[in-house]
Ligand binder design. Structure first.
Ligand code: GLP
Length: 242
């Protein structure tokens, strides 16, 4: 069952997502949390940091990030490693050994990806996965056309994603062409999924994902089949829903 929550604005959306995470952490302090990057979850991370200052502890949780650019090491200011440290991990009491983010510098990618899956299994699977959505409907870096049965793998970014993400780099040519991402099957195995979308430029992808046909051309549409997924949207992102 897909649940849709529409909030007035980005701030309310971020607060709602933080509330869900806190609730899950109260039920299970050693929660296994899947994390996303991009501009959308920044407000959520700010809210979690605020709650940490008020006493919420992350010392028992384990995290797995969805993806990382291939070829960027963790010190690169646009790597998702750097992003996670700066926007969340540096400000909470998570144990470094419990943090997992795909390593975009590995040589044996195939083996590395299999190990990433293995570690997720070993901790009992992801309890709650946070997702953003690309303007083309991608989740993680699973671009249109990705197999629903895919697991963690190296993938090529589409032109539309490179264009969308160019705003974070000095020039478009600097955007990496490849990334390591959890596969769609990896994501679907999370017990609960929250997808966050904010702004008009996500409205089309959101409407197709929720009300359209389930198709690999809109990767997020497969979430219609997930038993426990929640879309938390702001009004602009929800504006094309019927
Ligand atoms: C990026 C990430 C996704 C993210 C999406 C949307 O390419 N790989 O995980 O959900 O694009 O990003 P934003 O939230 O900045 O719009």
């Amino acid at each position: 069952m897909m649940k849709i929550i529409v909030k007035e604005n980005y701030e309310d959306l971020s607060k709602e997502a933080a509330r869900v995470i806190k609730r899950e952490m109260q039920k299970k302090p050693n929660l296994v949390l899947g994390l996303a990057t991009g501009s959308t979850p920044i407000g959520l991370y700010k809210e979690l940091i605020r709650r940490h200052k008020e006493g919420l502890s992350f010392s028992q949780i384990t995290t797995f990030n969805l993806d990382e650019y291939f070829g960027l090491d963790s010190s690169h200011s646009q790597s998702y490693h750097f992003y996670m440290q700066k926007n969340l991990f540096d400000h909470i009491d998570i144990k470094p050994k419990n943090i997992h983010i795909p390593d975009g510098t590995v040589k044996d990618v195939k083996r590395y990806c299999a190990e990433y899956e293995e570690i997720i299994k070993r901790v009992g699977g992801i309890d709650l996965q946070i997702l953003g959505i690309g303007s083309n409907g991608h989740i993680g870096f699973n671009e249109p056309g990705s197999l629903f049965t895919s697991r963690t793998h190296l993938t090529k970014l589409t032109e539309s994603t490179i264009k969308d993400n160019a705003r974070f780099f000095e020039k478009k040519e600097d955007v990496p062409r490849f990334a390591i991402t959890m596969g769609i099957q990896t994501i679907l195995e999370a017990k609960k999924i929250i997808l966050l979308a904010s702004g008009q430029n996500k409205a089309d992808a959101v409407a197709k994902s929720i009300e359209g046909q389930i198709t690999s051309q809109v990767p997020a549409s497969i979430l219609q089949k997930h038993p426990n997924s929640i879309f938390i949207l702001d009004k602009a992102a929800a504006s094309q829903l019927k």
